[in-house]
Design a protein around this ligand. Structure first.
Ligand SMILES: [Zn+2]
Ligand SMILES: [Zn+2]
Length: 186
């Protein structure tokens, strides 16, 4: 990739003549590791040199190639262990495959089994955001009415009747029947 999006930066603090505004100019934080390769630049947040044919040569890849004493293949990525893309200290670099590398940067959120708050069944949500085991449970669960526990509800109903309990909670008798029924299939 010879695409250059980074800021042009001189090796020392001298401003490059490329017309960069002061805010675009940053002083590179480290000493050049390959001074014979000329001026360094920041490309996509990485320190890079130009090759003779104007290709971008990333310093971290050059360091790694020196360590392993061979060329890196395009599928071999060099990862910055401490997250600082400009820290090209050999101890901060590791070779990863394309796949391993993207896994490091975009770790998949683990999805854990959940307890459905409506029916109390343990289920595996397809994504972490899902709270209820089914749309049916979600429908009951999202009611604003604070529901009693099943035990309490059974006691209340046995002490009076569903109709009275429904009135006490400000819901329909059908709702109370559903509360009792839904909770039963746990
Ligand atoms: Zn990385
Ligand atoms: Zn449920």
């Amino acid at each position: 990739m010879s695409q250059i999006r980074g800021t042009l930066v001189a090796r020392d603090s001298t401003v490059n003549a490329a017309g960069a505004t002061p805010s675009q100019v940053r002083i590179l934080p480290t000493e050049p590791l390959f001074p014979e390769m000329g001026k360094r630049r920041i490309v996509n947040g990485y320190i890079a040199y130009w090759s003779r044919n104007r290709q971008t040569l990333y310093e971290h890849r050059l360091v790694m190639e020196n360590i392993i004493n061979r060329k890196l293949s395009p599928n071999e990525h060099v990862h910055h262990i401490n997250g600082n893309k400009m820290d090209n200290n050999p101890s901060n670099l590791e070779v990863l495959t394309n796949k391993e590398h993207s896994a490091k940067h975009h770790p998949k959120k683990e999805i854990h089994p959940k307890k459905c708050p409506t029916c109390l069944k343990i289920f595996n949500p397809s994504i972490n955001k899902i709270k209820y085991c089914s749309s049916k449970c979600a429908c009951f669960g999202r009611r604003k009415v604070e529901r009693p526990s099943l035990e309490d509800l059974k006691i209340l109903v046995s002490q009076s009747n569903r109709c009275k309990v429904a009135r006490d909670f400000g819901v329909s008798e059908t709702a109370v029947r559903k509360w009792l029924k839904v909770k039963m299939y746990k």
